[in-house]
Design a protein around this ligand. Structure first.
Ligand code: CA
Ligand code: CA
Ligand code: CA
Length: 129
């Protein structure tokens, strides 16, 4: 009986977490994309730089890990792995050298802006388990 209750709570928790995650993504996209619903390179960079707590223009691994956790982004236990993926110019910080590379990966049709579909598709692909 007791374990059933725990399972019920776990299932309920999953059901609630799913739309919440999507909600977060929508809010996030709109916050940075602005009225045109497209992420331009500068807006994309601004998103990554919001992890830069000390404002030195570099997102350190520690800033990234703690920021990822604080935002409630998916799979925080994988944040160190995501950092490695995003550090396109391997110097153990995320900065203006990396953002154009990450941008190009998200901007699949290469038109210079990331639309919501491209953002959602790649976000889910890169930041999954
Ligand atoms: Ca925009
Ligand atoms: Ca920093
Ligand atoms: Ca880098």
């Amino acid at each position: 009986m007791r374990s059933l209750a725990i399972i019920a709570v776990a299932i309920f928790g999953c059901v609630v977490a799913q739309p919440g995650g999507q909600q977060n993504f929508n809010n996030l996209f709109q916050r940075y994309a602005g009225n045109d619903n497209l992420l331009q390179p500068n807006e994309f960079a601004r998103f990554w730089l919001h992890f830069d707590d000390d404002g030195d223009g570099n997102v350190s691994k520690q800033e990234f890990d703690s920021g990822w956790r604080q935002e409630g982004f998916p799979h925080p236990q994988n944040a160190p792995l995501y950092f490695l993926e995003l550090d396109a110019v391997h110097d153990e910080v995320l900065n203006s050298l990396d953002f154009p590379h990450i941008f190009n990966l998200f901007d699949e049709d290469g038109n210079g802006a990331i639309n919501e579909r491209e953002a959602r598709y790649n976000w889910n692909a890169y930041f999954s388990d």
